[in-house]
Ligand binder design. Structure first.
Ligand code: NAD
Length: 274
């Protein structure tokens, strides 16, 4: 496939562009993931809470793509935080996916007020040491949460998956990640297909490059060094979203996108999610 890879801090390589399946029902996940694999995606991002690990696993099993070429991510749901409950939840996820290992396992949210993410991380370290997750990481962690984890554990997360798009550019977390060897993975990279895609500046860039706004936004992420996992269930858009390696934004284009930042979240502030 034409998708470049990033090398994570433990040497594992991860495709820089993958396919997200949040809000895709279990039965539809099979056809959506199958379409994505046919279009050339090799990285799939699911989560226990999405309720579609089975449907995703069915597509992985029948696509005829060697397991070694796939990069499968799933996430631990909030209610399962804690050492023993994490190990049990991970077994359940593997079972639903029909896999003997995942490529990346993420703590879905830090829940700082609950105070269990350090214990949870110890279970992640065991899962990693046992070879059942090739890499382990976190999601929705603020730099302060990453700092607390660093002070209380031995393994630095390979990835922090956070909300990131031109309306929420996350310069402070991105700088922290870069300083600490943590890859930045952007969730809702297209701003969930809402206001972002009608920004006149982006429409102008799309015209300039003969591309769609979604493609311009994905290109911006890739040139920043982010991992991106756009979601669609529409086959033409699934193909469109991976067709982003044949053009390049110039510095003026990147500056124009930088000016769109509003520090505006679509999702909840991780500090308050429990
Ligand atoms: P997204 O930014 O990928 O937007 C998806 C929506 O944009 C689609 O439903 C569709 O409406 C529209 N769209 C997609 N492609 C398009 C195109 N080419 N042209 C026009 N419109 C298009 O939003 P998302 O699904 O929220 O995020 C992507 C993935 O990130 C999720 O599927 C999930 O895997 C992950 N995610 C993780 C978290 C987390 O807490 N870790 C939270 C949200 C999402």
């Amino acid at each position: 496939s034409s998708v470049p890879t990033l090398t994570l801090n433990n040497g594992v390589t991860m495709p820089q562009l993958g396919f997200g399946v949040w809000q895709v029902p279990d039965d539809e996940a099979t056809s959506a993931v199958t379409t994505a694999l046919e279009a050339g995606y090799r990285s799939i991002d699911t989560a226990a809470i999405y309720g579609n690990e089975k449907g995703t696993g069915r597509a992985l099993a029948t696509a005829g793509v060697p397991r070694s070429e796939l990069f499968v991510t799933t996430k631990l749901w909030n209610a399962d935080q804690g050492y023993d409950s994490t190990l049990r939840a991970f077994d359940t996820s593997l079972d639903k996916l029909g896999l003997d290992h995942v490529d990346l396992y993420l703590i879905h949210w830090p829940r700082p007020a609950v105070g269990k993410y350090v214990d949870t991380w110890k279970a992640f370290e065991k899962i990693h040491a046992d070879g059942r997750a090739r890499a382990i990481g976190v999601s929705n962690f603020h730099p302060a949460h990453l700092q607390r984890l660093a002070e209380n554990s031995g393994v630095v997360p390979a990835v922090n998956q956070i909300e990131l798009h031109p309306h929420l550019q996350q310069s402070v977390p991105r700088a922290y990640h870069a300083d600490h060897g943590i890859a930045t993975e952007a969730w809702s990279p297209l701003g969930q297909g809402k206001d972002l895609l009608t920004e006149p500046v982006l429409q102008e860039l799309a015209r300039k490059h003969g591309r769609t706004v979604a493609q311009v936004v994905l290109r911006w992420h890739l040139q920043l060094g982010n991992v991106v996992i756009p979601k669609s269930v529409t086959p033409s858009r699934i193909r469109e979203n991976i067709d982003v390696f044949g053009f390049e934004l110039d510095q003026a284009d990147l500056d124009a996108v930088a000016a769109l930042n509003r520090d505006a979240r679509l999702g909840d502030d991780p500090e308050t999610v429990n």
